[in-house]
Design a protein around this ligand. Structure first.
Ligand SMILES: *Cc1c(COP(=O)(O)O)cnc(C)c1O
Length: 387
């Protein structure tokens, strides 16, 4: 008898990660490869976190602390919350998965926007949950009121997922937009729709009108905030993330959490990284410098881009280079620079660039510039941004 696979698993298109450096070196026989493809921290990871990993190497034969006591204590202190309002995960991706498993039945739906972080859709589909996407305007700005309307009109919608700022677009929604959106959603079916706010890039945000997630949490009981150690703390390889919500939500999701979902080294490193303010500051600073460098050079090369609140930026290679994203990606790959193609987000005309060190940024700009066809160079008008 043939093994049965549900249709939604058969139809699943798995997550495509950024291309690894080693694979690129092997395939193209180039030694120097720059990876600006996965929004990783170009400075490496917090020295305090690395010391904590070394300090825990003698205990690898022990199971990790299933309650994540120490990390939750540190997070509670850091966030001015209590440990019962916090859940930890093997990356915040695991928490996305746990939330959908906890609150959705197969056949239910989630709402998000087009070009939203793709893990929401993938995690939903794994559980037979479908995704309804609100359209974006031409500035790739998400329409919160349309998302509220979709959640209201489709009775099987259980959750709304919003990344603020969003990856890969870098765009964000304001405090004002969230104010009316969260009030609208709270009124749907007696407050039974959850709003998940993914703040993976919060530390990098410079816009003054992007809302503080902890303030929104206090005001709206159906909100869950996700944060990660993968970006500003530089711990993407260890897998550590967390969610913050009311104790009733946390204790419900805790029921389905695998007891040892975070490994011992990740637990130790994450707790130490929280206390490494100097590393966070340094990371934010190098990102600000890099972002300015990229904006200036994209302007100079007349490559349109969308202004970003993250440690990455989306560029319009179709207008800037006369190439589609996958073409531009491949030609830069051959020059030893890994960017991220985003056609799977419906953005075939764009490429996502992570902000690197000054040296990486300089070399990556050079690779891009070499790809500008002479014809496009000749017609390039004055510097312009897409937004
Ligand atoms: C990078 C990123 C994350 C982090 O995921 P982890 O599983 O914690 O590594 C979460 N959400 C968004 C939108 C991201 O871009």
């Amino acid at each position: 008898m043939p093994l049965h696979v549900p249709d939604y698993i058969r139809a699943l298109v798995p997550y495509v990660p950024g291309k690894p450096i080693e694979e690129t070196q092997r395939e193209f026989k180039i030694r120097r490869v720059i990876k600006l493809a996965s929004n990783e921290n170009p400075l490496g990871s917090s020295p305090k976190a690395r010391a904590a990993v070394r300090g825990n190497l003698g205990e690898l034969h022990r199971y990790p602390d299933a309650s994540a006591h120490h990390l939750k204590q540190e997070l509670a202190r850091h966030l001015r919350k209590t440990p019962v309002e916090i859940i930890v995960g093997n990356g915040s991706n695991e928490i996305i998965d746990m939330l959908i498993r906890t609150y959705c039945l197969a056949g239910d739906s989630i709402v998000t926007s087009k070009a939203a972080f793709i893990c929401y859709r993938i995690c939903a589909q794994i559980h037979g949950v479908s995704t309804i996407e609100a359209p974006l305007d031409e500035n790739l700005h998400a329409d919160l009121s349309e998302m509220a309307r979709l959640a209201r009109d489709n009775t099987r919608v259980k959750m709304v997922f919003i990344a603020n700022p969003n990856n890969p677009t870098g765009t964000y929604n304001t405090t004002e937009e969230f104010g009316s959106f969260l009030k609208d959603v709270a009124r749907i079916r007696n407050g039974s729709v959850m709003v998940v706010l993914d703040y993976a890039y919060w530390e990098y945000v410079t816009a003054k009108d992007l809302p503080d997630p902890m303030e929104l949490l206090g005001e709206f009981p159906n909100v869950v905030v996700l944060r990660t150690f993968s970006k500003v703390h530089g711990l993407a390889g260890l897998r550590a993330g967390y969610g913050v919500a009311r104790p009733e939500i946390i204790s419900t999701v805790e029921k389905i959490r695998q007891p040892f979902n975070m490994n011992a080294l990740a637990l130790a490193a994450a707790a130490a990284a929280l206390g490494d303010k100097a590393f966070v500051q340094k990371s934010v600073k190098i990102n600000n410098i890099g972002m300015k460098f990229w904006e200036k050079n994209l302007g100079r090369m007349a490559i349109p881009y969308w202004k970003s609140q993250g440690n990455f930026l989306l560029i319009d290679v179709s207008r800037g280079l006369g190439k589609c994203g996958s073409e531009a990606y491949l030609s830069c790959l051959k020059r030893g620079v890994i960017f991220r193609p985003v056609a799977n987000y419906g953005l075939a005309h764009a490429l996502r660039v992570s902000i690197g060190t000054p040296e990486e940024n300089r070399l990556a700009v050079k690779a891009l510039e070499a790809e500008i066809p002479l014809a496009v160079r000749a017609t390039a008008s004055s510097p312009q941004a897409a937004d």
